[in-house]
Write a protein that binds this ligand. Structure first.
Ligand code: GS8
Length: 219
């Protein structure tokens, strides 16, 4: 029986983007199901009753939640093509550490920059640049965090690139000037079709962020 793969997602989500890229890298066909997060569907509530968040991968009727867990699941199930994690346990542990770091630090810093006010924006900018500079050190002279090829850390981080324009516009900063290595790395990732076709246009994300701020009364 052919695999039935569905992805519950929301287009501006950097977490959803991770899953889109992983599926594209593996060449897995799937049904993309855009979700309305203000009016959550019974399917989303049923598939992720704990957090009620996207992304959710539904593989042959069974849900998998949390983007970094989903990407690892995809790597384990479709293991014959495009390995995303190293076969070496130490390297795998390192990759998981940095994905956890991105999850804990980058989303919050970015949100302070685009959705915060006054001092919060300034604190968010410092955190954002600090996190990206730290990641530049981890990248070192490698082409990708995964070495020669796109890996787990690259996939976890690159979705944030579609938000960089918004961070720059709201925070009045230049990520290119502060973190040129990260921008060089992002360009390399975007040369891959699996990445470019999975990421939305940065200006569209910015328009979305403007609308969100209005809707949330954050202006
Ligand atoms: C985060 C997913 C998430 O924040 C993961 O999958 O890695 N740790 C999770 N999803 C958001 C949309 S993106 O900001 C979401 O579904 N929010 C709906 C809500 O909070 O009600």
């Amino acid at each position: 029986m052919a695999d039935e793969v569905k992805l519950l997602d929301f287009w501006p989500s950097m977490f959803g983007m991770r899953v889109r890229i992983a599926l594209a890298e593996k060449g897995v066909a799937y049904e993309y199901m855009e979700q309305d997060l203000r009016n959550k569907s019974p399917l989303l509530l049923q598939m992720n009753p704990v957090y009620k968040k996207i992304p959710v991968l539904v593989h042959n009727g069974r849900p998998i939640c949390e983007s970094s867990i989903i990407v690892q699941y995809i790597d384990e199930v479709w293991k014959d093509k495009a390995p995303l994690l190293s076969s070496d346990p130490y390297q795998r542990a390192q990759a998981r550490f940095w994905v956890d770091f991105i999850d804990k630090k980058l989303y919050d810093a970015g949100r302070k920059v685009w959705a915060g006010k006054g001092e919060e924006v300034e604190a968010g900018k410092k955190e954002l640049i600090g996190v990206l500079k730290q990641l530049e050190e981890v990248l070192g002279e490698k082409g990708f965090f995964g070495g020669e090829r796109l890996g787990f850390v690259d996939i976890a981080l690159i979705g944030f690139h579609s938000w960089f324009y918004s961070y720059e516009a709201f925070g009045k900063l230049s990520i290119e000037a502060e973190c040129p290595k990260i921008m060089g790395w992002a360009k390399r990732c975007l040369e891959k079709e699996s990445v470019s076709k999975s990421l939305p246009d940065s200006k569209k994300v910015y328009d979305f962020a403007v609308q969100m701020k209005k809707a949330l009364g954050l202006e």
